[in-house]
Design a protein around this ligand. Structure first.
Ligand code: PEP
Ligand code: MN
Length: 357
């Protein structure tokens, strides 16, 4: 895939920012939000017209009538407009309404039959196509969807990382599993990959931090949900930010001008950054369990430090480390620090309950 052009000719400069509401709800909301994001410097406007909803009975989008509002945004503000398509019929209607690009949502990417139908309908069409990651963290499934679209002749192609569904309790709506988009980048280095911090975080207070993380990792840009009245949004209300907040965020994000793709060292660092993120997530998960154990010990009148257990834990970690060519001393130091922090957290639980008494 080395003949990929920029997604949109005007937007070859990185980072590419796509922003707009989760759903097009009314003409007024679509136009007012578009004016706001344009003021924030955004050039590509997104809005879902057909919404794939997890629960039946939720707002499913305004359908074809909303395409006319997107057309108005394009004509009056000069923004490029993109919307989600899930069937060949959606694609036909969206193209007839003059959209500049379409995205394939996570649920559709998960289903090769559905993706193939859209790919077939894209044959001979010159449009930009954005493929969101599948709901499950399966890089081959994601690449398969991208290949289907590529094989139909589309060359203005990008991927969006929007996180992955999980049954585990995490701070995210969709766990990022950064290693998956990084593997995608390793396998198709010429592909433009954006990140969608709105669907990853699921909460507006997480968007800026996740956006920065994505830019630091080396993503080519961001897709962010923005709505003039986020709290009144008919879908994904919790994760949308106002255009003003979006503008502030974009002005404070550290943008990296050097594309990581040109630099082997940047690729190694990208890999290291993902591993570090995983380490931090695992440590946070471990501390969560330690706190639960702390509660249990307190309820059962047990001491926080059980010396035999601590000793066994250290010896087992050192032995495993040695088998994996890591120094025993190094692992001893790390596990002592982890254990110390875990004890500190458990002491805090005890202090908290004493104060309550
Ligand atoms: C969206 O972008 O609003 C959307 C439905 O995204 P996803 O397919 O990533 O859930
Ligand atoms: Mn959404």
């Amino acid at each position: 895939m080395n003949d990929l052009r920029a997604l949109f000719e005007e937007c070859s400069a990185e980072p590419i920012i796509i922003a707009g509401p989760c759903s097009a709800e009314s003409r007024e909301q679509v136009l007012a939000t578009a004016r706001g994001v344009a003021d924030a410097g955004v050039k590509i406007y997104r809005a879902g017209v057909w919404k794939p909803r997890t629960k039946p009975g939720s707002f499913e989008g305004r359908g074809a009538e909303a395409l006319a509002w997107l057309h108005e945004v394009k004509e009056s503000l000069g923004l490029k407009v993109v919307t989600e398509v899930a069937t060949p019929e959606h694609l036909d209607e969206a193209l007839c309404a003059g959209v500049d690009g379409v995205w394939i949502g996570a649920r559709t990417t998960t289903n090769p039959f559905a993706t193939q139908q859209i790919a077939d309908a894209l044959r001979g069409v010159d449009t930009a196509v954005i493929v969101k990651n599948p709901v499950i963290p399966d890089v081959d499934l994601w690449i398969g969807a991208i290949e289907r679209i590529y094989n139909s002749g589309v060359r203005r192609l990008a991927a969006v990382h929007r996180g992955f569904g999980t049954h585990e309790t995490t701070p995210y709506r969709n766990a990022p599993h950064w290693s998956v988009p990084i593997e995608l980048h390793r396998r198709i280095p010429t592909l433009t990959i954006l990140s969608d911090p709105s669907h990853i975080g699921g909460r507006r207070d997480m968007v800026a931090q996740l956006a920065q993380q994505a830019l630091d990792i080396g993503f080519a840009g961001l897709m962010i949900e923005s709505h003039v009245q986020p709290d009144r949004a008919l879908s994904d209300a919790k994760q949308q930010v106002t255009p003003v907040a979006l503008g502030e965020m974009l002005s404070t994000l550290r943008m990296h001008r050097t594309p990581a793709t040109d630099d082997a060292l940047a690729d190694y660092r990208l890999h290291i950054d993902t591993i570090d993120s995983r380490i931090i997530e695992l440590l946070s998960e471990r501390m969560g369990v330690a706190c639960e154990i702390g509660e249990y010990k307190r309820e059962h009148g047990m001491a926080i430090v059980q010396h035999d257990r601590y000793n066994d834990l250290l010896l087992a970690a050192e032995a495993r480390a040695e088998m994996m060519s890591l120094s025993r001393t190094f692992i001893h130091q790390i596990f002592s620090a982890i254990h110390e922090e875990s004890v500190r957290q458990q002491i805090k639980i005890g202090e908290g309950s004493e104060k309550k008494v």
